[in-house]
Design a protein around this ligand. Structure first.
Ligand code: ATP
Length: 766
């Protein structure tokens, strides 16, 4: 880089920082004044209020005066908050005000324009922007184009510019460290710097090095369904977090973080990504796992967790049934079944009062089916509830003169009477009136559980209904379509009933169970949710997706995944794409492929992609590193020694390490053995655990979406990772590594590693 350019930019940076300093001083002053004003109002609050309570109009004046003082106080409070927030932003800006510059000429203009791009915009007068927000329409040119004509989208349509210069800066703590000019999309040097650094317990934003394909994902506003298929480490997660920040900026004022929800693979992952949006100056969206989403609706039932789902061994028939229960076909079958329920077949439960039915199930059924045939299930349940509440109100009257009520009134203590008056004693005309009042209060209290049962639809019987749905299925669904016999189905239903009795449900049943319940109760879904993001889509089945869609009927969807990283061998993701295409309008569906893997060094990506049968489309990013090591050991102890040796190497080089075992049981054992050998490691037991610094031992099914400097794959022996069955699982684990990968096995090496060309790794025998 020419000397003059660096000096020029250094000077420019100095000028901008001076202006930021001026803005800081002003914001400090504003904050101080707002604080003073606030203090003064608080102190003089009652001096400044005109108090006059001698007449009605005087009291009104007093109330108005208090209100005015309160309003002034809250205005000062707002301006104080505003000033402190601005101050905070400017202080951040001082460290790294911008990261890029572009020069371009707009069509029809005679002069070139220069803009600087940073995390947020900054201007020294209303029309004079010194820094543009990376999300501003014009900033897209920086990410999207090579030199020459570049198009970009504005809220008013497409625009084009002639791009003449693209310059990148490294600025640290307000000091210019380096300047690069590039005619590539985003110069490799900056990306290399970003990728070469050590991993952290928290993911970082990628704002200064967003790649062109990623930019498409981030800025897409047209699709109802945006589907991103991308190799491991291709930046899917990084891109969607940036996308959330983009959408919050683009629709500022109309969209808030509470209207965006992201389904993530596990709680560890939530932890891992929770700093990205705050770093970009935005609030985090709602984030949960599907398990949490389902679980909060049915607290009394234990839903199958990740580990149970992962460890499950199914017979061939069970596998087919499981697959069917996770399909769109079954989703439609449940919808159809619910339609029948509008005519007959709804199961009810008695609502009990003092050991006897307040409303018998027969009576409830009679009410439920008394409505006109045009009523849908939602209207029916509402009508039934209203009729039951009317019955309840009549019951209050009819119970007045019963013996239990009389006895209860007679035996009331003074305190209890006081309480029934709600500490507000009243005058009664005579004793009878007082009795009636107290009796009503007692009856209403006693009937409260009945009222709750009505309002909470406890007269429905979801368990019985779900079982009936399963039992009756062969009568209206041809089991031949799924290659299952009636006996096999019967056996399966019996098992589900047993599980329900134990308050257990598998994940596939849970979705169907909840969906049926929502249909029965006429639930409409959350219409205020505007964007739904689902990461690691390959681990969902079509039923779950359809159910999520049902829950958020007005939202736009962004689905991200890698069909090569399905960790559940029982479920196939291949059919997922075709099922998806029937769920959304094809004209509003866009698919983006990300083929380049940024996470790992070239050596690691070249190695891991060989594990897959169809891995050739994965491109490695040219970042150089050491060859992966495949260590084949004579016995268990040797294998452990190889791990310890690598841990020492990692520690010396300041690399974070993760040891990934296939099952939880295996991880528990290694963690124990490593501790006994004096190594300090943390075992990740469940998906709800927090991420910690230092070496961790994590089971394969919890490593989803995470990354580590150095990955050690434990026991890749032939019987642990089998050909066909475990290809994707092993690929997923190995692709967690950024800079270093060690695969250790005892005796026979898994054929999945054996088939990798030997020049792609270094073999060690111990
Ligand atoms: N444009 C980029 N600039 C800098 N770093 C990037 C870029 N894109 C991706 N990365 C980095 O590459 C790594 C992998 O990205 P990310 O976790 O988003 O990939 P992914 O596609 O979600 O992977 P997986 O499917 O394996 O979970 C992260 O460390 C991320 O910060």
């Amino acid at each position: 880089m020419a000397e003059g350019i660096f000096e020029y930019e250094d000077k420019h940076l100095g000028e901008v920082l001076d202006k930021v300093d001026t803005a800081i001083a002003k914001a400090e002053n504003d904050a101080e004044n707002a604080e003073k004003d606030r203090g003064a109002i608080q102190k003089n609050f009652y001096n400044d209020v005109r108090i006059n309570t001698s007449s009605y109009s005087g009291m009104m004046d007093t109330a108005i005066s208090i209100r005015q003082q309160q309003q002034m106080l809250s205005e000062r409070e707002n301006s104080w908050q505003h000033a402190t927030k601005r101050l905070e932003t400017f202080k951040q800006m001082k460290k790294r005000p911008y990261f890029a510059r572009i020069d371009f000429r707009e069509s029809g203009e005679k002069k070139d324009e220069t803009i600087y791009i940073g995390l947020g915009s900054f201007s020294d007068s209303p029309d004079h922007f010194l820094i543009y927000d990376w999300r501003a329409p014009i900033s897209s040119v920086y990410y999207d184009g090579n030199m020459g004509k570049v198009e970009y989208t504005t809220p008013d349509g497409q625009q084009s510019v002639d791009l003449k210069l693209k310059r990148q800066f490294t600025i640290e703590e307000g000091k210019l460290i380096s300047v690069y000019d590039t005619d590539e999309t985003i110069g490799d040097q900056m990306l290399l710097n970003a990728l070469g650094s050590q991993s952290d317990v928290k993911m970082k934003s990628i704002v200064s090095t967003i790649q062109r394909e990623q930019n498409k994902i981030i800025r897409n506003t047209s699709a109802d369904l945006l589907f991103v298929q991308g190799a491991a480490g291709s930046g899917k997660t990084a891109a969607i977090l940036q996308r959330v920040a983009f959408l919050l900026y683009r629709y500022r004022g109309n969209l808030n973080a509470g209207q965006v929800i992201m389904f993530s693979p596990n709680q560890l992952f939530n932890d891992y990504v929770d700093q990205v949006l705050p770093e970009l100056g935005e609030q985090n969206m709602i984030q949960m796992t599907y398990y949490q989403f389902a679980r909060r609706r049915i607290p009394n039932i234990e839903v199958e967790n990740l580990q149970q789902r992962f460890d499950k061994k199914l017979t061939e028939a069970e596998r087919k049934i499981d697959q069917f229960k996770g399909s769109l076909q079954f989703f439609k079958a449940v919808s159809r079944y619910a339609e029948f329920l509008g005519k007959s077949g709804m199961r009810f439960r008695n609502i009990m009062f003092q050991g006897k039915p307040f409303a018998s199930k027969e009576k409830i059924k009679e009410i439920y089916y008394s409505f006109n045939s045009t009523y849908n299930l939602g209207n029916r349940i509402e009508g039934t509830r209203e009729a039951l509440i009317r019955m309840l109100n009549q019951k209050v009257g009819s119970e007045l003169r019963t013996k239990w009520v009389e006895d209860a009134v007679q035996s009331l203590s003074q305190e209890e009477i006081h309480e029934l008056f709600k500490n507000d004693p009243r005058e009664f005309k005579d004793n009878d009136e007082e009795f009636k009042f107290l009796a009503r209060q007692i009856i209403m209290k006693e009937l409260k559980p009945v009222r709750n049962a009505i309002m909470r639809n406890r007269f429905l019987s979801i368990n019985a209904q779900y079982v009936q749905l399963l039992r009756s299925l062969p009568k209206w669904f041809d089991l031949k379509k799924i290659n299952v016999t009636e006996e096999e189905w019967e056996k399966h239903v019996d098992r589900t009933i047993e599980e329900l009795k134990e308050h257990h449900l598998t994940m596939v049943d849970t979705s169907a169970y909840l969906y049926l319940y929502d249909l029965m109760t006429g639930k409409k879904g959350e219409r205020s949710m505007r964007y739904v993001f689902i990461d690691e889509i390959q681990d969902y089945n079509a039923f779950q997706l359809a159910y999520i869609r049902f829950n958020f009927p007005r939202a736009k969807f962004t689905l991200l995944g890698d069909l090569n990283q399905s960790i559940y061998a029982n479920e196939t993701s291949a059919t997922l794409l075709s099922e998806l295409s029937t769920m959304f309008n094809p004209e509003k569906t866009e698919v983006i492929q990300l083929a380049k893997s940024y996470r790992s060094t070239q050596q690691i990506t070249d190695f891991t992609k060989e594990i897959l049968v169809e891995g050739e489309s994965i491109e490695s990013f040219s970042r150089d590193g050491e060859l992966p090591i495949v260590s084949v050991n004579r016995n268990h102890q040797k294998m452990l020694d190889a791990v310890i040796k690598q841990l020492h190497r990692d520690r010396e080089d300041d690399e974070t390490s993760a040891i990934i075992g296939r099952s939880y049981a295996e991880c528990e054992q290694i963690a124990e053995e490593l501790k006994n050998a004096g190594e300090s490691v943390t075992l990740i037991r469940t998906e709800n655990q927090r991420l910690v610094e230092g070496t961790i031992v994590v089971p394969s099914f919890l490593a989803k979406g995470l990354e580590f400097d150095s990955v050690i794959v434990w026991n890749t022996s032939a019987d642990t990772y089998q050909e066909h069955r475990d290809e994707q699982l092993l690929y997923t684990i190995c692709s967690r590594a950024m800079h270093r990968l060690l695969v250790v096995s005892e005796k026979d090496l898994s054929p999945l590693i054996g088939k990798i060309p030997s020049e792609l790794y270094r073999r060690e025998e111990n």
